[in-house]
Design a protein around this ligand. Structure first.
Ligand code: NI
Length: 175
């Protein structure tokens, strides 16, 4: 187990298209270290490129009280080679931060709901539908696998700034 160094915006690994995982057993150690790194950082999602591994692996964890539709605690889930399909056209704007862009926050449009398909850590297919905060985190993390950072998704850059300042003038969950 190890806490991994997180790449910050400007590092080229964050702009690459990450490679598909061919052998799931080969990334189990990476996933364990990513889980430890995610807990240590206090984040709610982490993608392998953020820890300098250009592989299609993401971890998501939406704690109780932050999921819009489900108040129960969500454990850390690893998704290997995840693929998202939007459910409907509806997009919602919400505040996002990123461990690779520390101290900043921006208002980002995302699909309200997505279907996801991936492999689990046993290499078995998993699928489901996510809404609200979980849908937002999935879209943010899968974007990392395609070299996309949330500021590149923003339409209104007047709503991009330092977390501390925005927190002072805007309620946290307000879009
Ligand atoms: Ni991020």
């Amino acid at each position: 187990m190890a806490i991994l160094k997180i790449a910050r915006m400007g590092h080229p690994v964050l702009l690459e298209r990450a490679a598909d995982v061919v052998d799931v057993t080969a990334v189990r150690g990476l996933v364990r270290d990513m889980a430890e790194t995610l807990v240590d950082s206090g984040g709610i999602g982490l993608a392998a490129p953020q820890v300098h591994h250009s592989l299609r692996v993401i971890l998501v964890s939406v704690p109780a009280g932050r999921a819009e539709d489900d108040e129960s605690e969500t454990p850390i889930t690893a998704l290997i080679n995840p693929v998202l399909t939007p459910v409907g056209e509806e997009q919602v704007i919400g505040w996002e931060g990123c461990l690779s862009i520390p101290g900043l926050r921006g208002a980002v449009p995302r699909f309200q709901a997505v279907e996801f398909k991936a492999l689990n850590l046993n290499g078995e297919p998993m699928s489901g539908q996510a809404r609200g905060m979980m849908a937002r985190v999935l879209q943010h993390e899968v974007d990392h696998l395609d070299g996309i950072l949330y500021p590149m998704r923003m339409k209104d850059h007047s709503r991009f700034g330092f977390d501390e300042e925005i927190g002072r003038y805007t309620r946290k969950q307000e879009a």
